[in-house]
Design a protein around this ligand. Structure first.
Ligand code: DP6
Length: 366
């Protein structure tokens, strides 16, 4: 258990940057992740209503370059660019985030903060850019703090980065680690917490060492419900209680399936979670219908395909219409053939993204 990390991090907070330190830099490549057991519903402050389980991607990442330097005075100056251009929406989210974490990182006041960020995947593609970008930013800030303290990047470093990433976006807490990751307290595991994510400690069955994710872009349109709005819909959702129990059962069963190489149970739970997430959105007030005809066609084609050919492939969904096909590496040839021969027709301009499980973030330079 965390035992009051909030107070610990406040107590450890580093004040002024020593005058001799000059310009400090850190560049991180932080991947996004796809949730199999969904985080949907939260309490203040960024505390999930149920534990979630995801795996971290490999090719879909944010690369963020962070430069900070002292200037005269106490104000904080932020220069933010996304793919070489100013982006007001992202900049104001980052400004708000820096404000929220300022008591943990007092050294950031009185600094020029320059952030240059880029993503390897398109916006609104069904891949969470807030997970990878808030993960990259939290890692960068924690990295600069370690430079000031002359500390190493140990287990505590990643835990703190996950805690800080969570304050930017809940799902970002999970992006700080590679492979399968859980976030949220699980009664049977004292290493889990609502405040930070934990990588799955057990070794996984052979089918799960090379998991792939093919993201079929059914529609490139911007989401009609933001994550924050979506989570808020759970506050007085009539099915909230049942949902949180369902998620708690699903995460235990899914973890057991992953460790025990039980692909059948894995598929059943992954799809149950995807449909439950959209069921909750469709039954909330106001209701959100984010599925498109193409989403439904692809999902039912996957179920038929499994029945006809016995191939291990599951679908999952984020809070949008695009479909993630999750499959073990040994099914790759067959799944690629299915995409090429049958599913591309449902995709917007035949677009899809080819990704797989990755090993987690990487610091490119300090
Ligand atoms: C459906 O992490 O984007 O993708 O904490 O408000 O930033 P905020 O929400 P966010 O929510 C993700 C919701 C989800 C499921 C998941 O990733 O677990």
């Amino acid at each position: 258990m965390s035992g009051g990390l909030h107070q610990k991090y406040l107590d450890e907070a580093v004040g002024q940057i020593p005058g001799s330190m000059g310009i400090l830099k850190s560049t991180w490549r932080c991947p996004s992740n796809i949730a199999l057991v969904k985080y949907w519903g939260k309490k203040h402050v960024q505390i999930p209503a149920n534990p979630s389980l995801s795996f971290t991607l490999s090719n879909s990442y944010t690369e963020m370059n962070l430069t900070i330097g002292k200037h005269a005075g106490n104000a904080q100056e932020l220069e933010y660019s996304f793919e070489g251009e100013q982006n007001e929406a992202f900049e104001s989210r980052i400004r708000g985030y820096l404000r929220n974490i300022s008591s943990y990182f007092p050294f950031l006041s009185g600094c020029n903060i320059r952030i240059a960020s880029r993503n390897t995947f398109p916006h609104s593609s069904g891949i969470a850019s807030s997970a990878s970008s808030m993960g990259a930013l939290a890692l960068g800030i924690c990295s600069i703090e370690r430079q000031i303290l002359d500390g190493s990047k140990d287990e505590d470093f990643y835990r703190k980065a996950s805690y800080m990433a969570r304050l930017g976006s809940g799902s970002a807490a999970r992006s700080v680690y590679g492979g399968f990751v859980t976030w949220g307290t699980m009664e049977d595991n004292e290493h889990t917490s609502d405040e930070f994510a934990t990588p799955l400690a057990e070794s996984v069955g052979p089918a799960f060492t090379s998991l792939c994710d093919a993201v079929l872009i059914i529609s490139p349109d911007k989401k009609s419900v933001s994550s924050s709005q979506g989570h808020a819909l759970m506050d007085d959702h009539p099915y909230a209680g049942a949902r949180y129990l369902q998620a708690r059962k699903n995460i235990l069963d899914l973890r057991r399936a992953i460790i025990g190489n039980d692909i059948k149970t894995f598929i059943q739970i992954a799809e149950n979670e995807a449909l439950a997430l959209h069921g909750l959105m469709m039954s909330s007030d106001p209701a959100f219908l984010l599925l498109k005809p193409g989403t439904l066609q692809v999902m039912s084609r996957i179920q038929e395909f499994r029945k006809e050919k016995g191939i291990s492939v599951a679908f999952t969904l984020d809070a949008g219409p695009n479909v993630h096909l999750i499959y073990p590496g040994y099914e790759r040839e067959k799944v690629l053939a299915l995409i090429m021969d049958e599913l591309l027709g449902y995709c917007y301009q035949e677009q899809w993204l080819d990704d797989r499980m990755g090993t987690g973030p990487e610091e490119l330079s300090v």
